[in-house]
Design a protein around this ligand. Structure first.
Ligand code: S3P
Ligand code: PEP
Length: 481
């Protein structure tokens, strides 16, 4: 096969049509369980996708080995591991404490081309790996799922071209494309429009430290979304000894220099905790998440102030966050709608929108125009699926207006999007007869989703005499994608 001049072996990860293992989880629609009583559950959530994939990239760019404990094992992170291995990084699984699968030992190597990278549908792979691959010697081809070819890539591609890296593509600025690294990048100043994704900025900044003159990245255009994700990148770089000046809005200066190796434990994915915490609001009762970090760069921590807008009480004690409501929606609680600007926390929008669809008055979610370039056009997908359960939904320029409706049974579509799949599970708690067409989409970041969901419901209900007999723990190492 050939991708813009690159011809060599093609990736075969996760591709049924090319002889890889068939995917097993989502055969046919999944019947979303309905809540029959308030829940009382305590859960462990596997590692953060955003932290795992940043630390993998930084470990590959570092000048010494790193150890990542509790990395996320899911499609997005396995694609990242495979991409970095192909580019010359040694990544070895080592036994961890057994809770979340193996840990990872990463030894950076000379970056080498002559490979083809499967980005799947992972924004972090398609936006973080090309800047790193521009430091390799030789051609590197990039492609991904059909849906990935529709995701914006222009910020990354334009920046690499402006930095003098030879990129061959069809001019759309999307996948597929090939780049031809010479083993070094001079660096310097480059201006891009990062309005479509913060990941353009994050990917360039991480590799920028390794450019000969570092990188001064300037954003021109409307506001960059997902600022907390950029802050996460800056923090991860600084923790590894990289100097960055971000004192001027829309400009980041990364000084050239080495990136330290390190040992660290990946926090649980707080955005993946979201549907479980929302389940308490829908079913009633409480859901607790273990190992909730006291301080974090994860945008999922915004749930601590977002969920109270829906009547939840949030408490954190001894590293456990608990979301409690006195009366759940499924028990008849009537929640007024909300007005939310989610420009910083777009990744939380699909599940919150599902909750808005179960409120009793109109909600507006704004600041999410860029979600049209996520795994699917999430603005359109949320609108279509909420209409399916009887809501009246208007697509706004940068968001959605949701007028709740009669809560009718519906086959909720996932659109290959993990967060669309989990939002179907949320509405299913309150509406009998909801099925999710492809719950397997959750394998992108949480292959254990259905088991954890069922476990949450089985753990015992408030006032249940059997509560406590089963600790309800799910073996998080037992599932693979
Ligand atoms: O850098 C990251 O890890 C992410 C950045 C955000 O991307 P966008 O800025 O494209 O929304 C977020 O939505 C995505 O889930 C993860
Ligand atoms: C937008 C998301 O993913 P990605 O990292 O693929 O952009 C997401 O997880 O909500």
């Amino acid at each position: 096969m050939e991708i813009f001049g690159y011809s060599g072996p093609r990736f075969d990860l996760y591709r049924d049509d090319e002889g890889s293992e068939p995917l097993t989880l989502g055969d046919g629609p999944w019947e979303a369980p309905t809540a029959t009583a308030p829940i009382d559950a305590r859960l462990q959530i596997p590692g953060s996708k955003s932290l795992t994939n940043r630390e993998l990239v930084l470990s590959a760019l570092a000048d010494a080995p790193s150890l990542l404990r509790h990395p996320l094992w899911a499609r997005d992170t396995e694609l990242m591991i495979e991409a970095l291995r192909q580019l010359g990084t040694k990544i070895v699984e080592v036994p961890g404490d057994g809770r979340f699968g193996n840990d990872l030992e990463i030894t950076p190597g000379e970056l080498e081309g002559g490979v083809s990278i499967d980005c799947g549908l992972a924004g972090t792979v398609m936006r973080f790996v090309p800047p790193l691959a521009s430091l390799a010697l030789g051609p590197v081809a990039f492609d991904g799922d059909e849906a990935a070819r529709r995701r914006p890539m222009k910020g990354t591609v334009d920046a690499l071209k402006a930095l003098g890296v030879e990129v061959r593509d069809d001019g759309r600025g999307g996948l597929p494309f090939s780049l031809y690294g010479t083993g070094e990048v001079t660096g310097g100043e480059v201006t891009i429009d990062a309005g479509a994704s913060s990941q353009f900025v994050s990917g360039l900044l991480m590799a920028g430290a390794r450019f000969e003159n570092g990188l001064t990245l300037i954003h021109s255009g409307d506001r960059v979304p997902s600022q907390p994700h950029i802050d996460m990148t800056l923090a991860a770089l600084r923790d590894r000894g990289v100097e960055i000046d971000d004192s001027e809005a829309g400009m980041w200066r990364v000084s050239p220099g080495s990136i330290d190796g390190c040992e660290l434990t990946i926090e649980p994915d707080l955005s993946n905790a979201e549907p479980f915490l929302i389940a308490a609001i829908v079913a009633g009762g409480s859901v607790s998440i273990e190992d909730w970090p006291a301080t974090t760069t994860q945008v999922g921590s915004h749930l601590e102030h977002l969920l109270p807008l829906f009547g939840a009480q949030i408490s954190v004690a001894d590293g456990v966050l608990t979301c409690t409501v006195e009366r759940g929606i499924a028990e008849g609680a009537e929640l007024p709608g909300v007005d939310l600007d989610l420009s910083e926390a777009g990744e939380l929008a699909p599940n919150l929108a599902a909750l808005c669809g179960l409120c009793t008055t109109t909600s507006r979610i704004t600041g999410i125009a860029h979600l049209r370039g996520h795994e699917t056009d999430r603005v359109a997908a949320i609108a279509a699926e909420l209409r399916g359960i009887g809501c009246e939904v208007t697509e706004l320029d940068d968001g959605l207006e949701i007028v709740p409706g009669p809560r009718t049974a519906h086959e909720w579509r996932s659109y290959e999007d993990h967060r669309m799949a989990t939002s179907g599970a949320i509405v299913g708690l309150a509406i009998e007869g909801v099925t999710v067409d492809d719950i397997h989409a959750t394998s992108k970041t949480l292959p254990q989703f259905t088991q954890l969901w069922q476990d949450m419901l089985d753990q015992g209900t408030v006032g249940d005499p059997d509560e406590g007999e089963d600790d309800g723990s799910v073996d998080l190492t037992a599932f693979s994608i």
